[in-house]
Ligand binder design. Sequence first.
Ligand code: GLA
Length: 746
Amino acid sequence: MKILPSNITVSPKEDFFRIDTENTSYVIGIEDGLYLGHFYYGPSISDDSLSYRRKFSPWMTPTKNKRELAIFMDGFSFEYPGWGRGDTREGALKAVFKDGTERVDLIYQGYEITSGKAPVPGLPSTFDTEGEVETLRIDLKDPDTGLAVALYYSAFAECDVIARRVEVVNGGSSDVVLQRVLSASMDMPGRDRQGRAFELMTFHGTWAREFTREIRPIGFGRTGVTSINGKTGNRTQSFLGIVSPGITQEDGEVYGLQFLYSGNYSSMVEKVPSEDLRVSVGIHPEEFNWVLAPGETFYAPEVVLTYSASGLGKMSRNFHDLFRKHLIRGAYRDKKRPILINNWEATYFDFDTEKLLAIAKQAKECGVEMLVVDDGWFGKRNDDNTSLGDWTVNEEKLPGGLSGLSEKLKEMGMKLGVWFEPEMVSPDSDLYRAHPDWAISIPGRDITLSRNQLVLDVSRKDVRDYLISAISAILNSADISYVKWDMNRHMADLYSADLPAERQGELLHRYVLGLYDLQERLLTSFPHILLENCSSGGARFDPGMLYYSPQIWTSDDTDAYERIRIQEGAATLYPLSSLGAHVSICPNHVTGRTVPIRTRGHVALAGTFGYELDITQLSKEDHEEMKKQTALFHKYNDLVRNGDYYRIASFRDNGFFDCYGVVSKDKSEMLMTFIHVMNRPCNQDRFICLKGLDEKKRYRVTWAEDPEDQPEVVVEAYGSTLMNAGIIFPCLSGDFRSVLYYISEI
Ligand code: GLA
């Protein structure tokens, strides 16, 4: 066995590759010297060759049995299936060649192991931070056409994550039209190690109702989640979870796949008669046609995979660690973010400098550090009908511009943040009047509006150059510390005035590449800016966007009761440090519900934390509560941002209380939130078993806030006691009540 100085092992015959992480192994093998097969993914194993797991008897393999080649092709566990050679399951790569043929037969060519992990040109990708990652590259080629594929695998050992990606090179002499290039495909057994049929876990939603978890049996045939609206969307997440039935936070197996991409996707599972599954993730083949000239390379976005033999909690922590350490970048990656107050729900479009300063002044007194001016500060934008694209300050509202405002804020000791919706244009704007062809629309046909706006064709360099110069002019005009980048509609009328007819099918992917280019250029020119992405709330909350912004606005639903479920869903996939969460006014503007301000604070503290309300309308008592909340943020945010997330109980499951905690990496402290969501008659104190502590350490459990009428120390006990015998939670009266506990090693 040849052990390379890495977690990638090659068998002596060089026909098997094993990629190891701390707790998992992933094995790829070559069948018959021809085809690359998927042999294993699961808990760590020690053998480097899995030839005994070959599915086909030697006499059935392609070189021995030409007679039944199609049967072989339709049953072999491909690592990256081609197209049109008898495999009737979902293919990964489909191309149309000059002669109209579509067959792609991918034959193994060779491999290479390199240290480190190169970035993917133009796309977000995970990166190595401490020289611990090595990359396996496997080359495949269709010998008849010269179409070549490179598969890349990088192991993030400590997070139990494998990052996969694909490059396609046209090695032929004429143009090839790529009709699908999926980023990952994996043929795997349909049952877990206890023989139970795997189920499919996904997230769905809509505006203000993002991140709803669904677990369903996997029926025969194809099923999954997709987006064809030009962005990730809020209807589903591209995440796929293949889970044991009855999966819990601690028990059951889970394979989790996430796609680092912000456009159309297809995340599918196919169950075939043998009960095996083919899992595939990539850019949605609908609305995708990419002309690849000879010698050109197509880069498919990255997919990250993790496996946990011990439930969903481990999967979440693996993804959190990966995203925090190997995906999110920039000045704020490891820093506490400023506590902000956003004026959207406070004023909507109806504001002026005086009103904003009145909000800022009172907010500052309560511990808020930054004012974010949301929609409405530019052009003639007094409602949502005009001016997107005209990024000049409305001096009627803000005399002296943003610089005047920022100077006044600075005097108060406050920072300034600003909202943009760069990808959009209002038909009623100077920009649209000057450049109607910059909008995505079909010449000579009716335009399809949404929120009275059109999408700018950011696949075009001239459009991007305009946007960068317009945004830069604003950011250079004042002392601005934060940008909220919004995107409030989906695509229609697909057509780019910049692309020839045969390349119109490239528009949506080029759009996403354009979006990434815009954000990269913005961050390069303004590295000090804290960027928060947003799309009508969480309609573009995906790992691709996390490469550019360390936080994303999770949902326009700021009702703390709704947020319990939304943030639970989001935290299954994304670190708490990335979840935009604010305290807003009650009755809530979306649901009309009233939740105590204390609970609203506790819920928002499990995210980036800020406010979105007209503080000048709040009572003195509410201001006092805000002061406590901002102090809590400063006290516990390092722990919340950097710690391990443990979901202890879910309101979704039990119907009346919710509980989660964050434990420091060294297990010396924990912040735990208990929310008594819905009261019941004859309610009783209840025991809750903590999670994530060190069994052998002794801890003190205290109230995280001022004790008020509660005893300071709740209990002192060993981790084993707290995690098995539990602690008693108080019987709180009323709905939507919450308490925070701080647990520290003694
Ligand atoms: C979207 C965002 C909101 C707000 C409005 C402004 O809906 O999600 O937070 O910024 O746009 O128009």
